[in-house]
Design a protein around this ligand. Structure first.
Ligand code: PLP
Length: 477
């Protein structure tokens, strides 16, 4: 393919994407195919001769779109949002076009330097403590990771290295592997599955402590667990506090947990994967009170901040701990400015890294602070509107509601709500996922798409209530 054909293909692809968004409401949010649908639609091997781009693009309609779950449909109310916006798509395109791999400064200075500045832009947008910013005098800074899961794991590995070094320097009579075998991490039973996974990958005991009736990890429960472990010779090392839990968007109290961590020399990592974006609005910042006591803070612009996947923002108070945990020097990785700008390969798990800051830059400049705040506040307002509709219908109860997430259920037995949920997803008009909270089966209704409007909420509510009619009028129940 030459550049003339690339121009044609690229422009046609942009038209395809724009048309997709313009007509997204016409599609069922869930696909209607069965597992294995795709194989018969494509060649069984690489074609002998290259094909025309027109034929390849045509197959997006024939092969791919029938198997797409439309994450950006206004009728997608499952999980948490995954961000998407036109400037971010163009940022992705530029990143692919330049095709650099910016593992250290010399590998592409602009890639490192824009990331340094963008992490400060985001940090200031959320009003994080200055110690986290790259521009501050101290050893803190921010870096883009691929996911919140990686950020939690990175915090765990850095915390582990920190404890090992501290104890070894203090003439501990334990060997390094004995110390590592005694380390313990703590989080709540409401934390994301990636937290448990970090414990598995990082070979650290991960205690998922019981949360309170609001889904929060309390200081009392954490203290009890720490004391118990210490008595049996274990070493508390890492606490993952969640701001915006996955099931119900509950907020751990950072002031309470942070005080315990700081007193016990325990690394507190804050996982604000979804809810962190709300801190762009001053009225929600009270939810992160105590963040100054954290060693690391993470949120996903790729969830709610209009920056396409993948883009997870991680800040640490002292980058030395990351570098000590991940620094594997090779002569071919050195350059004459080593040590002046961050070489981000030492702040992450892989060696290679994309030019991800471009899509942040494009998105932040296009929307501005006002546009971002309007997006976040708009979603929260839509969630409140949905909540008011549920509350007006006495067949339902709202179990929790926080930011853009409303959890609700039908009064009565869990299987009524389960049935409603099954019907909703079988009908494919709206997509939700359930969760179990305090033994209640609830449907999570999240505002996810930047396209969602009041009329889409009315549409969803009509769908929910008409399927409810079928359930309550069924003679079998
Ligand atoms: N943490 C929380 C609180 C989440 O809600 C999620 C995903 O929804 C994650 C972590 C995982 O995020 P990622 O897919 O970026 O690893």
């Amino acid at each position: 393919m030459d550049s003339t054909e690339f121009r044609e293909f690229g422009k046609a692809a942009v038209d395809f994407i724009a048309d997709y968004f313009d007509t997204i409401r016409d599609r069922d949010v869930l696909p209607s195919i069965k597992p294995g649908y795709l194989r018969p639609l494509v060649q069984s091997e690489v074609p002998q001769q290259g094909e025309k781009w027109q034929d390849i693009l045509k197959d997006m309609d024939r092969v791919i779109l029938p198997g797409i779950t439309h994450w950006h449909s206004p009728n997608f109310h499952a999980y948490y949002p995954t961000a998407n916006s036109y400037p971010a798509i163009v940022g992705e395109m530029m990143s692919a076009g330049l095709g650099v791999v910016g593992f250290n400064w010399i590998a592409s200075p602009a890639c490192t330097e824009l990331e340094v500045v963008m992490m400060d832009w985001l940090g200031k947008l959320l009003e994080l403590p200055k110690e986290f910013l790259n521009e501050s005098e101290g050893p803190g800074g921010g870096v883009i990771q691929g996911s919140a899961s990686e950020a939690t794991l990175i915090g765990l590995l850095a915390a582990k290295e920190r404890v090992v070094r501290r104890l070894m320097a203090g003439n501990s009579n334990m060997t390094e592997s004995e110390i590592k075998g005694k380390l313990v991490a703590y989080s709540s039973d409401q934390s994301n599955s990636s937290v448990e996974k970090a414990g598995l990958i990082g070979s650290m005991i991960m205690r998922l402590l019981p949360s309170d009736d609001k889904g929060r990890l309390t200081g009392k429960i954490l203290t009890e667990a720490i004391e118990k472990d210490k008595k049996s010779g274990l070493i508390p090392c890492y606490v993952i506090a969640t701001l915006g839990t996955t099931p119900t968007c509950a907020f751990d109290d950072l002031q309470e947990l942070g005080t315990i961590c700081n007193e016990g020399d325990i690394w507190m990592h804050v996982d604000a994967a979804y809810a962190g974006a709300a801190f762009t609005c001053p009225e929600y910042r009270y939810l992160m009170k105590g963040v100054e006591m954290a060693e690391s803070f993470n949120f996903n612009p790729h969830k709610w901040l209009l920056v396409n996947f993948d883009c997870s923002a991680l800040w640490v108070k002292n980058a030395k701990y990351l570098v000590e945990a991940f620094n594997v020097e090779r002569i071919y990785l050195q350059h004459k400015h080593t040590g002046v700008a961050p070489d981000y390969l030492h702040w992450q798990i892989p060696l290679g890294r994309k030019f991800r800051s471009l899509k942040i830059w494009f998105t932040m400049r296009t929307y501005g602070v006002e546009g971002i705040q309007k997006h976040i506040r708009g979603h929260i307002e839509l969630a409140k509107y949905f909540e008011s509709l549920v509350k007006q219908d006495e067949r339902f109860e709202v179990t929790t509601s926080s930011l853009g997430l409303v959890c609700f259920r039908l009064h009565g037995d869990n299987n009524l709500t389960q049935l409603l949920h099954d019907k909703l997803n079988n009908n494919k008009k709206i997509f939700t996922v359930p969760c179990k909270f305090r033994n209640k089966f609830v449907i999570r209704f999240v505002i996810t798409s930047r396209l969602t409007e009041h009329s889409d909420i009315d549409f969803a509510w009509k769908e929910i209530t008409s399927l409810t009619e079928q359930i309550v009028s069924s003679p079998c129940l």
